[in-house]
Design a binder for this molecule. Structure first.
Ligand code: PLP
Length: 403
C-alpha cells in the first residue's frame, strides 16, 4: 500500500463522491449476504427503453462504432440535440453550439476547467450536488455555496447582491438535486438578468428538466435568453430522463466560443464520447418521447406516496415538497440525533446502514449537515420496505426525543 503523500496534493485534497461511496459500501454488504436496501444512488431503476437499445445494436452491426468520432460528437446527434432545444429556445440552436461529453458530469468538469482560474469565484445554492464543490476545487476556484433565505432553498438575486466579490460563474441546478425544487420562469429570468449585468457566466444544469411533477412546469434558460455571444451555458444529458446512466452520455449547449474552448480540453481527455452511446443517445433524443412520459408518471406516483409516508415518520421532515428530480432531502430532528447519541447526519447514515441496512447519503456531502437524501427512483415496494426499516430504527429515539 502506498502512502497518501505519494500522490498529488490535488488528489489528496479530494473527497470521493459520497453518493458513490455509500452505494459501494451497500454493495459490499450485499455481496457479503446482507439484505441491504440502497436508496443512495441518483439513478432510475428502469431498463433503458428497448428502442434505444436496439438502435445501439443496429449501429454496432452497421459498423458505425469502431472508430473515433469528432471530439464533440457525431453531427447527427449534435443536430438532434440542437433541433430539440430549438423547439423551446428563443432563437434557433445550431449544431456548432453543442458538444457531447461522457456524461453531464464531464461537461461540468470541463466547463470549470475552461472558465475558472485559481481564485475565481463560483457561486451556487446550498444544498448542492456533491460533485460541484470538488470539481470547482479541481479548477482551483473559490467555491461559494450560499444558503438561500427561503424554505425552498432557491437562490435569489438578493443572495447574489450580498456577495462582496465579483462572481465569475453562477452554477444553478434546475430542478435541483437534492431538494427537488423547481425554479419558476420569473426566478430564473431574474438570475439571468443579474448575471448579464455582471458579466457572469451562468451554468444551468438542466439534467432533471424532463422530470417535474404534480402540475409544476420547467423553464429552460434557453427559452429566456439567446445563446449567441452570451455567457449562458446549458448542461443536460440522457442519464436521468431516459434511464441511461450507464451509457455515460451528456452535453453542453452554449455560444460556439465556449464549445470550442471545451472541445480543446476534451480533445486531450476523452477524444470523443463512446461511439455506441452516441448512437443510443441519438435514438433517445430523436425517438418517441412517450418513454420519458411513462417514466415521469411513475416517478410522480412514487414521489407522492413516498413523501406522504416519510413525512409521517416522527422525527423526519421535508421543508417543501419536491416538484422535480427524484429525491427527498429530509431533516432528522436534532432531538432524535441526540437521543441516538449521534452528533451528525453522517454518523446517522452509518448507523442506519449498519443496523437497519438502508443506504442513504448524508447531507454533509451536499453542504448541509443534519439531512439525508433518499432517491425514490426505485420500485415502490422497495421504498416502502426501506421506510418500514427507518421507522423501526427511529422509534425508540423519536419516543425519547419527544419526552
Ligand atoms: C445535478 C446533477 N448534475 C449532473 C449529474 C451527472 O449526470 P451524468 O450521469 O450525465 O454524468 C447528476 C448525476 O447524479 C446530477 O445529479
Amino acid at each position: 500500500m502506498l502512502a497518501a503523500s505519494d500522490f498529488s496534493k490535488r488528489d489528496q485534497a479530494l473527497t470521493p463522491s459520497p453518493t458513490l461511496a455509500v452505494s459501494k459500501k451497500a454493495k459490499e454488504m450485499a455481496a457479503a449476504g446482507v439484505d441491504v436496501i440502497n436508496l443512495g444512488m441518483g439513478e432510475p431503476d428502469f431498463q433503458t427503453p428497448a428502442a434505444i437499445n436496439q438502435a445501439a445494436i443496429a449501429a454496432i452491426e452497421a459498423d458505425q462504432t469502431s472508430f473515433y468520432t469528432p471530439v464533440g460528437g457525431i453531427l447527427p446527434l449534435r443536430q438532434a440535440i440542437a433541433d430539440r432545444a430549438s423547439s423551446y429556445s428563443l432563437a434557433p440552436i445550431q449544431a456548432k453550439q453543442v458538444t457531447v461529453t461522457t456524461g453531464a458530469k464531464l461537461s461540468l468538469y470541463v466547463l470549470m476547467q475552461a472558465l475558472l482560474d485559481p481564485g475565481d469565484v463560483i457561486v451556487t445554492a446550498k444544498p448542492y450536488w456533491v460533485s460541484y464543490a470538488e470539481q470547482a476545487a479541481l479548477a482551483g476556484a473559490d467555491f461559494r455555496a450560499i444558503t438561500p433565505n427561503n424554505a425552498a432553498m432557491k437562490l435569489t438575486v438578493a443572495d447574489l447582491e450580498a456577495m462582496e466579490t465579483p462572481v465569475k460563474v453562477l452554477l444553478l441546478n434546475n430542478p435541483t438535486n437534492p431538494t427537488g425544487q423547481v425554479y419558476s420562469a420569473a426566478e430564473i429570468s431574474a438570475l439571468l438578468d443579474w448575471a448579464k449585468d455582471h458579466d457572469t457566466f451562468v451554468i444551468l444544469d438542466e439534467i432533471y428538466g424532463h422530470l417535474v411533477y404534480n402540475g409544476h412546469t420547467f423553464t429552460s434558460g434557453l427559452s429566456l435568453q439567446e445563446l449567441t455571444d452570451s455567457r449562458l451555458i446549458i448542461v443536460d444529458g440522457v442519464s436521468k430522463s431516459y434511464s441511461m446512466t450507464g451509457w455515460r452520455l451528456g452535453w453542453t449547449i452554449a455560444d460556439e466560443s465556449v464549445i470550442a474552448a471545451m472541445n480543446k480540453l476534451l480533445s486531450h481527455m476523452t477524444s470523443n464520447p463512446t461511439a455506441v452511446s452516441q448512437y443510443a443517445a441519438l435514438a433517445a433524443v430523436s425517438g418517441d418521447q412517450q418513454v420519458v412520459a411513462d417514466m415521469r408518471r411513475q416517478l410522480e406516483d412514487r414521489l407522492n406516496r413516498t413523501y406522504d409516508r416519510l413525512t409521517k415518520i416522527p422525527g423526519l421532515s421535508v421543508a417543501v415538497k419536491p416538484a422535480g428530480a427524484f429525491y427527498l432531502f429530509f431533516q432528522v430532528a436534532p432531538a432524535v440525533l441526540a437521543a441516538l447519541g449521534l452528533d451528525s447526519s453522517q454518523a446517522f447514515a452509518s448507523r442506519l446502514l449498519e443496523e437497519a441496512h438502508v443506504a442513504l447519503p448524508a447531507g454533509e456531502g451536499f453542504g448541509m449537515p443534519g439531512y439525508l437524501r433518499l432517491s425514490y427512483a426505485k420500485d415502490q415496494a422497495v421504498i416502502d420496505a426501506a421506510l418500514d426499516r427507518i421507522e423501526t430504527f427511529l422509534a425508540p429515539a423519536s419516543a425519547a426525543g419527544q419526552q
